[in-house]
Design a protein around this ligand. Structure first.
Ligand code: SAH
Length: 191
C-alpha cells in the first residue's frame, strides 16, 4: 500500500501554487468547492477495499465514484486490474484525464455522469469506492457489486459521517464502521 502511494507524484494533481504542500498529510482544494483527499484516508479506504489478502487486488475490477483530481484513481491503478471512474464535474474530469494520460496508466476508464447511479455498462465490480458522502448507501451501488464484492463509502451528513465497509455475501450485505470521517457531500445530477 505504501509503495503504491509512493509511486504516485501527488504534486501533479494540485494547482502549482499548492504544490509545496502536496506531500503533507492534508486535504487540499482542487476547485469547484472540492478537495483532494488526505493521503492517509486514500490509503485507509483502498486498503479496506482490497481486504487482507492484498495481492488479490491485482485481479480486481474497481469502480471509483468521484474522480476529482484523479489522485486516488492513480493509486488504485497501481494496485488493481481495471479502474472505472465516474465524475459529475466536466472540468475536473478533463483535468484528471490529462494527468492520468501523463502517467501513462493503461487500465483507467473514465465517465462523465452522476455517480449515484454507478456505471452499469461494466458492472458487476469486485470493489466500489466512493469519494463523497451521501446520506445513505445508494441502492444502485449495492446492485452493481459482485457476489463477494466490497464497497467503501462515507455515509452521513455534516460532521457526522462514518466510513463504512459493506461486504456482499451473495444476497447479504454486512456493514462495518471503519472510522469517523469528513467528506464533501454527494451532489446530484451533472455539475
Ligand atoms: N478522490 C478524489 C476526491 C475528490 S472530492 C481526489 O482525491 O481528488 C469528491 C468528488 O466527488 C468531487 O470531484 C465531486 O465533484 C465528486 N462528486 C460528488 N457527487 C458526485 C456524484 N453524484 N457523481 C459523481 N461524482 C460526484
Amino acid at each position: 500500500m505504501l509503495a503504491a502511494i509512493r509511486a504516485v507524484p501527488r504534486h501533479i494533481f494540485v494547482d502549482e501554487a499548492l504544490s509545496a504542500r502536496a506531500y503533507q498529510n492534508t486535504a487540499l482544494p482542487i476547485g469547484f468547492s472540492q478537495t483532494i483527499s488526505q493521503p492517509y484516508i486514500v490509503a485507509r479506504m483502498v486498503q479496506a477495499l482490497l481486504g487482507d489478502a492484498e495481492p488479490a487486488g491485482r485481479r480486481m475490477k474497481v469502480l471509483e465514484i468521484g474522480t476529482g483530481c484523479g489522485y486516488q484513481t492513480a493509486v488504485l491503478a497501481g494496485l488493481v486490474r481495471q479502474v472505472y471512474t465516474v465524475e459529475r464535474i466536466a472540468v475536473l474530469l478533463e483535468r484528471a484525464r490529462a494527468r492520468l494520460r501523463t502517467l501513462r496508466l493503461q487500465n483507467v476508464h473514465s465517465h462523465y455522469a452522476d455517480g449515484a447511479q454507478g456505471w452499469l455498462s461494466y458492472a458487476p465490480y469486485d470493489g466500489i469506492i466512493v469519494a463523497f458522502a451521501p446520506r445513505s448507501v445508494p441502492q444502485a451501488l449495492l446492485k452493481q457489486l459482485a457476489p463477494e464484492g466490497r464497497l467503501v463509502i462515507p455515509v452521513g451528513s455534516g460532521g457526522e459521517q462514518r466510513l463504512l465497509l459493506v461486504q456482499r455475501q451473495g444476497e447479504h450485505f454486512r456493514n462495518s464502521v471503519l472510522e469517523g470521517v469528513s467528506f464533501v457531500p454527494m451532489q446530484r445530477g451533472l455539475g
